[in-house]
Design a protein around this ligand. Structure first.
Ligand code: CP
Length: 292
């Protein structure tokens, strides 16, 4: 199976082999390789993206693949064409793999049963964002050497977060202790994970802050950015309580001074930009797996 639809169903060994292959690509930092020369990868984004979209493109180009970039905003989706018909169209033109981000939950799994080329999930609704979790785990493994026994607190808008779900399902396979911290109206009823206070969350090896996903909220979910920051934000005052070895993570984009204070984004304990850097070798490993 060369598709990557999620981490929930992927074995620990498969995940480990992707992390190891990413380490190989990180140690071979040529701008461009020839490993995937002559292969075509299509990036199909039906939802906005900066990091995922561009790091897939960088990864594909560094592997020497030919890259097709599809944007829903300037495509026949605007004339009413479905996601399936769009993917099937690109498949019929001979792509070798497709990277897809979309909003509706369940559609990717259904499309994958009808499409023969490998598909890579670049984020589907609030279900999974496997390459984000892989780069998060890669970042943690680089920092701590091992994921077993690591305490990871995921703080914020868990209900809408595909990042929280993919990280939870994958980190648990490695023996990491995952806990959530969220306001009552942003907790996920589908996940059986302990919720802790923000003070308790700060006692972890990894404090992963989540973006408040306003675009997925029903009206009135966030009363005020100020009160959210006061109750659940990683403020400079709270960050001062972190253990010296602890790291701060965030998948980004960031609402500065809402879920995390401006001055903490590039704090010595923050790994937010290294996470983005690690996204390239991770996506090289995932794209290579799909195209090989
Ligand atoms: N972390 C993440 O998925 O960012 P983008 O939405 O910019 O791709």
């Amino acid at each position: 199976q060369r598709s990557l639809l999620g981490l929930k169903e992927l074995s620990k060994e498969e995940i480990e082999s992707i992390l190891d292959r990413a380490a190989y690509w990180e140690q071979h930092p040529n701008k461009v390789h020839t490993a995937m020369q002559g292969k075509f990868a299509a990036n199909m984004f039906f939802e906005n993206s900066t990091r995922t979209r561009f790091s897939f493109e960088v990864a594909e180009k560094r592997l020497g693949a030919e890259v097709l970039n599809f944007s829903a905003a300037v495509s026949s989706v605007q004339k009413g064409e479905s996601i399936y018909d769009t993917v099937r169209t690109l498949e019929s033109m001979g792509i070798d793999a497709g990277v897809i981000r979309l909003k509706p939950i369940g559609v990717l799994a259904e499309i994958a049963t009808k499409i023969k080329v490998p598909l890579i999930n670049a984020g589907d609704g609030n279900n999974e964002h496997p390459t984000q979790a892989l780069l998060d785990m890669y970042t943690m493994r680089k920092q701590f050497g091992n994921l077993n026994g690591l305490s990871v607190s995921v703080v914020g808008d868990v209900q809408h977060s595909r990042v929280a779900r993919s990280n939870l399902w994958a980190l648990q396979k490695f023996g990491a202790k995952v806990r959530f911290c969220a306001p009552a109206n942003m907790q996920a009823s589908d996940l059986d994970v302990p919720y802790v206070s923000i003070d308790e969350a700060l006692k972890s090896d990894v404090v992963m802050m989540l973006r408040v996903q306003l675009e997925r909220h029903e009206t009135g979910m966030l009363n005020s950015a100020e009160s959210y920051r006061e109750q659940y934000g990683l403020t400079a005052e709270r960050a001062a309580k972190l253990a010296e070895h602890a790291i701060i993570m965030h998948p980004a984009p960031i609402n500065r001074n809402v879920e995390i204070d401006d001055e903490l984004v590039e704090h010595p304990q923050s790994r937010i930009f290294p996470q983005m850097e690690n996204g390239v070798p991770i996506r090289m490993a995932v794209v290579e797996r799909a195209l090989s």
